[in-house]
Design a protein around this ligand. Structure first.
Ligand SMILES: Cc1cc2nc3c(=O)[nH]c(=O)nc-3n(C[C@H](O)[C@H](O)[C@H](O)COP(=O)(O)OP(=O)(O)OC[C@H]3O[C@@H](n4cnc5c(N)ncnc54)[C@H](O)[C@@H]3O)c2cc1C
Length: 685
């Protein structure tokens, strides 16, 4: 019995499949729905010739001038440049001198920009981090954390009293939130601030060793003030005349004498000591023994205490006040995401330049080839270079949104910025941390020399994954936010801008993947931004729908905490997938908005590599649900390798367009010219 006898329709089906398959090779991408068998025009393969100047101009953004001023200032001051070898004590002093010189000699006032024009502040933070990451973080502690808490959590009286001192560094300060026993779980902090109605003061106290403030930047050596996060306790205001715990509030606590720098009574500080990195920042641990501060020192924007000890707030619940308080601190996350891309640019630049210079092996009787000509090296570095571009545009967008949020106070923008800053901070810093190691490996033995920077970049940057919110914890906030929007969607609520796509893609998810498009494998189709974005968004929608169902199922037996934990890895994948969708969308927009055709073409190539590499890395997910058929998966893989090869052809121009001066690159092997000469000179030849 032949097949046709077994099943009379199967012969027809085979023929139909053949025709479909043939049509896939012939479809016209400009008319995706035409269904006609028109011939695909032959794609002309030609070499790209990017103009570094034009690319750089487009990348720079509006605040390059102030960055150039910072670079020139440090270039002209060798005494302020951080040497490769330096002790912890010297590094801390140098960092303080660097920051003071920046403010008082170069006349750059980061705090004013933070308040008036945050995008300039972030540009300064990126440039300063390029000079020394410790300096970038010390500046972040002073202006964004200590200064930011005073400005954003305090009111007019605090601004009037403290602004100038924070701005001109007369008032170096700390941000004292974390305790020995609690970092991520801020609501569980134990330090207390009890109101004393007789003296009209708050009494700041560390009730046990677990409540010692730990890891506090600027505390071990330089800080004179701290904004201390503590539980606000009001005697007699609770039920039955007991004390009332009003939740976490911030208080300005002087810790050292302004004149003598001696510790103030009741304040005990110890040094957290030598760290894995960032040793230019003096982290300390603080214990408060019944330290008294005036009632005015409560940063009272979201909650206040009157002279007679009564509490008032415009926000009705402890949870709402807590969310508002922490919400004001998102600027730190925006800064970390942005600066992390700055670090990635440095690492990628060194690795790419050296991989172009370095030659090992080659065809018989032919000159040796650059190590970047090896497919494996391209595979390591080219998608990373593409991701650096992608993150550049995404974090630029985040900074713009943050500035808009500060100007408008619009609720939708606030929601967007909170989730986006949490997501991008986690995604980008984790990516950069992994990539620095890959860059080191791709530079072989010379990558291991301290002077070539990977060690210090890796060590200094590593903690970006943990502070300002642990990445795993922050990703859960993104997932939580997505689930909230998902529920709102089905209740007919509005979705904020960044998530708007879910509205469309959820409905396309609910239908099965299209078996015809699942097989399309033409280059034009794979390089179509619509296909790429649809694929990213489809994955997010699928993850969202399935995790919502799982949470519902498990919560019946495990309760909400148990169900969340049971689905935790799924939730983290969802958050990452969403962030990748946002990153790709912003990259595609940046390509489309680029005014110069030549530059646009180069950016499009880089964007395609970013998108297809991500799809390929997650191909199992797409295959599992038949969103991508085997032939298409193979085509994506082949095209990713080919795009890596093409990007290699313009890799030098792509890293040069970051426009990082030698002062920032510093690694001899990463210099734009005479790298070997500079390296040999460095060791004394
Ligand atoms: C160099 C440095 C500088 C710092 N500077 C300051 C400063 O100036 N001021 C300040 O207040 N703080 C500062 N910190 C503290 C920092 O903000 C905290 O370390 C950070 O918030 C993480 O908290 P944690 O250390 O308690 O980690 P933990 O929360 O204890 O995390 C430990 C592990 O548990 C995991 N985990 C925790 N909760 C969950 C969860 N819900 N789900 C899944 N996994 C979870 C985390 O992913 C992590 O892997 C600094 C820390 C360092 C190291």
């Amino acid at each position: 019995m032949d097949d046709n006898q077994q099943n009379p329709s199967s012969g027809d089906e085979v023929a139909l499949r053949r025709i479909q398959r043939l049509s896939l090779h012939l479809y016209n991408p400009s008319e995706p729905h035409s269904g006609g068998l028109s011939l695909l025009p032959c794609r002309a393969k030609r070499n790209l010739s990017p103009s570094v100047e034009s690319l750089s101009e487009y990348m720079r953004g509006p605040h390059r001038e102030i960055q150039a001023r910072i670079f020139e200032f440090f270039q002209s001051r060798p005494d302020l440049q951080t040497p490769v070898e330096i002790s912890m004590a010297e590094h801390r002093q140098l960092c303080m001198r660097q920051m003071t010189a920046l403010v008082r000699e170069a006349g750059i006032r980061p705090f004013r920009y933070l308040v008036e024009n945050p995008s300039v502040y972030f540009a300064i933070a990126e440039a300063v981090g390029g000079v020394d990451i410790s300096l970038g973080i010390k500046m972040g502690v002073q202006f964004s954390l200590w200064g930011g808490s005073v400005i954003n959590l305090g009111t007019k009286k605090h601004k009037e009293k403290y602004f100038d001192g924070i701005d001109n560094l007369d008032y170096p300060g700390c941000f004292a939130m974390t305790e020995l026993h609690h970092g991520s779980n801020v609501q569980a902090l134990q330090t207390t601030a009890t109101f004393d109605p007789i003296t009209d003061e708050f009494v700041i106290n560390t009730p046990n060793d677990g409540a010692i403030k730990w890891w506090i930047g600027n505390a071990a050596v330089h800080g004179k003030f701290a904004s201390v996060f503590a539980r606000l306790i009001l005697p007699l205001q609770g039920k039955g005349g007991k004390s009332a715990d009003m939740g976490i509030h911030a208080f300005i606590v002087p810790i050292r004498d302004l004149e003598t720098h001696a510790l103030l009574p009741g304040v005990e500080i110890h040094d957290c000591g030598h760290k894995v990195g960032l040793n230019g920042v003096d982290n300390g641990a603080l214990r408060f023994s019944h330290v008294r501060v005036p009632r005015d020192n409560l940063l009272n924007r979201f909650g206040d205490v009157s002279r007679d000890g009564k509490y008032t707030s415009s926000l009705p619940t402890v949870n709402k006040r807590f969310a508002a308080t922490l919400g004001e601190l998102v600027g730190g996350r925006v800064g970390l995401a942005y600066s992390s891309v700055g670090v990635l640019k440095i690492a990628v630049t060194i690795a790419v330049r050296y991989s172009l210079l370095r030659q090992q092996f080659g065809p018989p009787r032919k000159p040796e080839v650059s190590v970047l000509d090896y497919q494996s090296q391209q595979h390591r570095l080219m998608p990373m270079l593409a991701s650096t571009y992608a993150f550049h545009f995404a974090t630029q967008y985040l900074v713009d949104k943050y500035s808009e949020m500060k100007k408008t106070n619009d609720d939708q923008v606030i929601g967007d910025v909170h989730a986006l800053s949490a997501g991008l901070k986690s995604y980008v810093t984790s990516y950069t941390a992994r990539s620095i190691s890959t860059c080191r490996e791709s530079c072989g033995g010379h990558g291991y020399a301290a002077v070539n920077r990977f060690g210090i970049l890796r060590n200094d940057h590593d903690i970006f994954q943990t502070f300002e919110g642990d990445n795993t914890v922050l990703l859960q906030q993104v997932a939580g936010d997505l689930l909230k929007r998902y529920q709102e969607k089905f209740k007919g609520g509005t979705l904020t801008m960044t998530w708007n796509y879910l509205r469309e893609s959820m409905s396309s998810y609910l239908s099965q993947p299209n078996p015809v498009t699942a097989r399309w494998e033409g280059e034009d189709h794979l390089r179509d931004p619509k296909f790429q974005l649809d694929a990213f968004r489809y994955r997010t929608s699928r993850l969202l729908q399935s995790v919502a169902a799982r949470l519902q199922k498990h919560s019946k037996t495990l309760g909400s905490f148990g169900a969340w934990n049971r689905c935790l890895n799924h939730l983290l994948t969802l958050a990452e997938s969403h962030i990748e969708s946002v990153v790709l969308a912003k990259f595609i927009e940046a390509v489309q908005n680029c005014p110069d055709a030549n530059t646009r073409e180069v950016l499009k190539l880089v964007c395609d590599l970013y998108a297809l590499d991500r799809i390929w890395k997650d191909i199992g997910t797409y295959r599992n649900v038949d969103y991508v058929a085997p032939n298409k998966a193979k085509a994506i893989h082949k095209l990713t390798d080919y795009l890596s090869f093409q990007v290699r052809g313009v890799a030098r121009e792509l890293v040069d367009a970051f426009d990082l001066p030698d002062l920032v690159i510093r690694a001899p092997i990463g210099m734009a010219s005479e790298a070997y000469e500079q390296y040999t000179q460095h060791v004394g030849f």
